[in-house]
Design a protein around this ligand. Structure first.
Ligand code: AMP
Length: 322
């Protein structure tokens, strides 16, 4: 890899500088891999707010949207790129997950990121697999968690560690991974992490396909079939004035016409409890789908409001509640 690694001694002069943009943009981002480099870099970001965007790499416009929102609020943006082995189960796609570090750093440079922290597993887990992990609890055992046992414990453990290591004022996560976002909000609240968790709406291709690093696995025919997910969500959300069963029926109807999409689940659930909403329910709900298309597993969702003023939402307004 031809990644440009700047020694920690250069940190103070690179980041948080008031020098005209030319100098700052030439040296951005600072790319670091070790804990000591990160500690030195973080110490240099001592003026103004710090926001973090955590990723597994293979960055796309969805990640860029998170970075841009983070930039709007915070003076400094730290991006972490770490393919976290702890959140992959046996037989999942850890070994073939796309690795595009140089292109990722170019995107971070374009978006004005200050620091890119891209550690290897031995840096994040110096003693090997951690014996102590964050437990996602019951909300981590349904939907994605039911199909991927231990997945959210692995996610929350690494997110918790990255929050400790980067000490941000705000952390930005995509609505695309709705259950992950909910669990991170719950962890931050339940375990008193001093950070604001900010949700960013899902970025889609012009035809509706939600951007994902995994989309590169899709063949042309897979990609065509994958459109059924977002089409189903749209069809469901369009019936939101009529109530839960109309939403579920409309979404299911689209998916049954796409035999190449093997549906793991299609649910309309309460955004805080992830329990199916009953027929009388009106208010905010999450319409979520997971399906396998070819060799690729895809997830997508849309926040909706059920009721007379029903329809798709960009984001939920309701705070996370217990
Ligand atoms: P990942 O690299 O897939 O772990 O994603 C890193 C962050 O980017 C997570 O907070 C994701 O929810 C978010 N993200 C991924 N895809 C999208 C998308 N299409 N739109 C918005 N955010 C996304």
């Amino acid at each position: 890899m031809s990644t440009n690694v700047t020694p920690p001694s250069a940190v103070g002069s690179n980041v948080g500088s008031n020098v005209a943009g030319s100098v700052a943009s030439r040296v951005r981002p600072l790319v670091i891999r070790t804990r000591s480099e990160l500690a030195a870099a973080r110490a240099g970001l001592d003026q103004g707010e710090v926001a973090v965007v955590m990723t597994m790499g293979a960055l796309h416009e969805g990640h860029a949207a998170l970075i841009r929102q983070a930039r709007e609020r915070a003076r400094h943006v730290v991006v972490t790129i770490f393919l976290n082995p702890l959140q992959f189960g046996p037989g999942e796609d850890l070994s073939r997950y796309p690795r595009t570090v140089d292109a990722d750093i170019a995107i971070c440079a374009r978006e004005g990121v200050d620091v890119v922290f891209t550690p290897t597993p031995d840096v994040v887990y110096p003693d090997g697999d951690p014996g102590v992990r964050v437990s996602a609890g019951p909300l981590g055992a349904v939907l994605e968690g039911q199909l991927r046992p231990g997945h959210f414990d692995g996610v929350l453990t690494v997110v918790g560690k990255m929050l400790h290591l980067t000490r941000p004022d705000a952390a930005y996560f995509g609505q695309k991974d709705a259950q992950q976002l909910l669990l991170i909000k719950r962890m931050v609240r339940d375990l008193d992490f001093p950070v604001d968790v900010v949700a960013v709406p899902t970025v889609r291709e012009h035809d509706g396909l939600a951007l994902s690093s995994r989309n590169i696995y899709l063949t042309a025919s897979d990609r065509e079939a994958a459109l059924a997910l977002s089409a189903a969500l749209r069809a469901g959300a369009d019936r939101a004035t009529e109530g839960p069963s109309a939403v579920r029926r409309a979404a299911r109807e689209v998916l049954v016409h796409e035999p190449l999409a093997l549906v793991d689940y299609l649910v309309l659930v309460h955004p805080s409890t992830l329990e199916d909403v009953p027929e009388w329910y009106r208010g905010e709900a999450l319409l979520a789908v997971a399906a396998r298309v070819g060799t690729t597993r895809l997830i997508d969702n849309v926040p909706v409001r059920l009721g007379p003023d029903g329809g798709p939402l960009d984001a939920f307004s309701a705070p996370v509640r217990r």
